[in-house]
Structure formats: structure tokens, C-alpha cells
Ligand binder design. Structure first.
Ligand code: GLU
Length: 369
């Protein structure tokens, strides 16, 4: 069995675990998962949950004897979301924090930065973020659509190094184990090829290994961005003991490159810069020698028109030092440049944090030539 290590993980819990009879949330399979979350946090690791269950939890309260309409399902989700959260909270003595997202939120630069900041802040305050799709507002074209892909996006926005998808199946099998007794569990997938998709079943169906397609899609998104992905059977409590010992009791999809390398390449080569921030020598030294974030006090000049979430170049005396994601727009930065972080609120009337570019969102560039 392979071993693995991680520091920040997204754990995705499907309806089969939280609402096994499809009608209400249950704690039946959650205790070993909650113990794993507790033990991991005590070991200094960070966890974000992505949990289904709101529609199932609300179903018992909106009885329909036909196939539920979209609006009925949205109403079920609105009623059930609170039960789903409460179902988790009873396992923990730290706060669970509700984060509801749609596809639109993840594709809008400003909202993306807000989500990222909120998750970062929740983790800083030892809360457990619990993410679900915002079913109330999301109809088909606004939805991510399934919580496997939502978990992948969450892992990306949260800067996680690992995604653990907990399902009611042991992992990816060489064939559908319900139909083929010779099917074997695949412990490790080096690259997600078309063959892997073929094993998982065709698009839009839940044949193959039962909803495996969206899990492979999630693994594909994550592993390409340096996030290792696991599919494990969350109904089997011993899985979480094994995980705690650094073993992989399911299928591991290996990250295609290290998380840091993937992030660095993305920041350096994929993101288009929208402006420049000129900094003084003090800020330069803090960025280059101390691994610090960029604060407003070190900013001398701002050029270009950029919004929060846009990439910018950071320069000092005409030399490009770094590239990073600005957490304030150009207009706001022109107002707060040179100011202390504690003055941001007085100047702008709000405060999006003391950093202008957070260290996690910054890559130092080698001097040209
Ligand atoms: N958002 C849905 C719910 O909470 C779950 C969607 C999914 O599990 O893929 O019921």
C-alpha cells in the first residue's frame, strides 16, 4: 500500500454517507470521519469539508409524491441545509462555518478572492468550513452540478494539497464490481487517461462504478494542479484509521507535479498581469529576503486598472521582482499606498485584510538577463 502525507485537505462527503436512506441526515457513518477530522486538526493539519445532504434532509419536510421540481428541490435544500450543518456541528466543539457557493461565484474574480479570503480566515480561527452548492439560487446553468466537482474547485480555491472523496465504494475498480466479480481495486493512478474515464463509465451516466465519472473529473482537475486525490469508502470506519497512519485505503490519483510547482507555474505563466505596483527598498527586502506579504506601507506607485483578484507585477526601481494576485484594486491602492495596514479602514471605509498581495499568492521572479 502506498503512503501519503498532506497538510491541507478538502474532504468530500457524499449523500450516501450523510443521508444513507435518502430522506434525512444521519450520524450513522460520520463518527469515524469526525474522529479523523479531530485527530488531523490536533496534528496541526487543516481541513475543509464539502458536504452534501441538504436536499435529502429537506425531503422529509416537503413530502411530494411525484418527481420533485427544481423549485421543490431548492426548497428542500433551503430547509435541509440547516439540518445538515447541525448534523455536523454536534460532533465538534469548534465552530462549523457554512459556505454556500455556485459556479458563478467561482468564476468571478472578485468573488473568488472573497471566497479564498473567507476560507483562509476561517482556518486561521480554527473553524471548520463546510461547503455545499448554494442550491437556493443555482439553477442548472449557474450550478457546478455535483459535489465531486465542487470539492475540486474548493480544493483549488482553498490552496489544498489533497482532496479526499469519501463515497460508498472502495475506490476505482478495473470494471464495475457489481457486474463483474473479477473486478479489482486500482490502488494508484499515475495519469488520468481516456482509459480511466472509460472504466469510470460514460458521460452523464452513473453506470460503471456508481457516480465514478464526476469523481474522475474532480481528480483530473486537482491532479493537474498538483493536488493529490483519493477515493475511499467512507462507510468503512477502518479507512480513517489507515488514513491517519498515512496509508491509502482506496485509490490514489497522483499529483502531476508538486502543489507548489503547479501554483508557481500558474501564477508565473498563466495569469495575465493587469497592472504594476512599485515598492520601496524596505518592501523589496521583506519580499525577497523574508518571505513576507506585500503591505500598503511599502507601495510607492500604482499603474494600470486592476480589480481585486487580478494579477499584478511588483517592481522596485524599474526591476520586476515578483508577480502576484492583488487583494485590492488599483483605485483603492492609490488611496492607501504608503499607509499603515491599521489605517486602511479609515481611508477606504472598509478593510479587506492587511495584505495587498498575500505571500501564498506571490511568486518571486528571477531578474532578467
Ligand atoms: N447540493 C446537494 C445537496 O446538498 C448535493 C449535490 C451532490 O451531492 O452532488 O443535497
Amino acid at each position: 500500500m502506498s503512503t501519503f502525507s498532506w497538510q491541507r485537505a478538502v474532504i468530500k462527503i457524499g449523500s450516501a454517507l450523510i443521508a444513507p436512506d435518502g430522506r434525512q441526515c444521519s450520524g450513522r457513518y460520520l463518527l469515524p470521519i469526525a474522529q479523523f477530522i479531530n485527530a488531523s486538526r490536533e496534528a496541526g493539519k487543516e481541513i475543509i469539508l464539502v458536504s452534501s445532504g441538504s436536499v435529502a434532509a429537506g425531503r422529509a419536510k416537503i413530502p411530494v409524491n411525484h418527481v420533485a421540481s427544481i423549485a421543490e428541490k431548492q426548497a428542500m435544500a433551503a430547509i435541509g441545509q440547516i439540518d445538515m450543518m447541525a448534523n455536523w456541528q454536534r460532533f465538534f466543539d469548534f465552530p462549523c462555518a457554512q459556505v454556500l457557493l455556485t459556479s458563478d461565484d467561482l468564476h468571478d474574480r472578485t468573488r473568488y478572492v472573497n471566497i479564498k479570503n473567507t476560507i483562509r480566515e476561517l482556518l486561521n480561527h480554527q473553524a471548520l468550513p463546510i461547503v455545499n452548492e448554494n442550491d437556493t439560487v443555482a439553477v442548472k446553468e449557474l450550478k457546478v452540478g455535483d459535489n465531486d466537482n465542487l470539492a475540486a474547485y474548493t480544493a483549488l480555491v482553498a490552496g489544498a494539497d489533497t482532496l479526499i472523496i469519501c463515497s460508498d465504494i472502495d475506490g476505482l475498480y478495473s470494471a464495475d464490481p457489481r457486474k463483474n466479480p473479477d473486478a479489482t481495486l486500482i490502488p494508484e493512478v499515475e495519469h488520468i487517461t481516456p482509459d480511466i474515464y472509460a472504466i469510470a463509465g460514460g458521460a452523464g451516466t452513473s453506470v460503471g462504478t456508481g457516480g465514478m465519472r464526476t469523481k474522475i473529473e474532480a481528480a483530473d482537475k486537482c491532479t493537474r494542479s498538483g493536488i493529490q486525490t483519493l477515493i475511499v469508502n467512507g462507510r468503512n470506519g477502518s479507512v480513517f484509521d489507515a488514513l491517519q497512519e498515512g496509508q491509502i485505503p482506496g485509490t490514489l490519483f497522483k499529483a502531476q507535479q508538486s502543489h507548489t510547482t503547479a501554483r508557481r507555474l500558474w501564477l508565473e505563466h498563466t495569469l495575465k498581469t493587469r497592472g504594476k505596483i512599485n515598492v520601496d527598498d524596505g518592501a523589496k527586502s521583506a519580499l525577497v529576503n523574508k518571505g513576507a506579504s506585500l503591505l500598503p506601507s511599502g507601495i510607492v506607485e500604482v499603474s494600470g486598472h486592476f480589480k481585486p483578484g487580478d494579477a499584478v507585477e511588483i517592481e522596485c526601481n524599474g526591476q520586476t521582482l515578483a508577480k502576484g494576485i492583488a487583494l485590492y484594486g488599483a483605485k483603492e491602492l492609490r488611496q492607501i499606498k504608503g499607509a499603515k495596514s491599521s489605517q486602511i479602514n479609515n481611508i477606504l471605509g472598509y478593510d479587506s485584510g492587511e495584505e495587498v498581495v498575500h505571500r501564498d499568492d506571490l511568486v518571486l521572479l528571477k531578474p532578467a538577463g
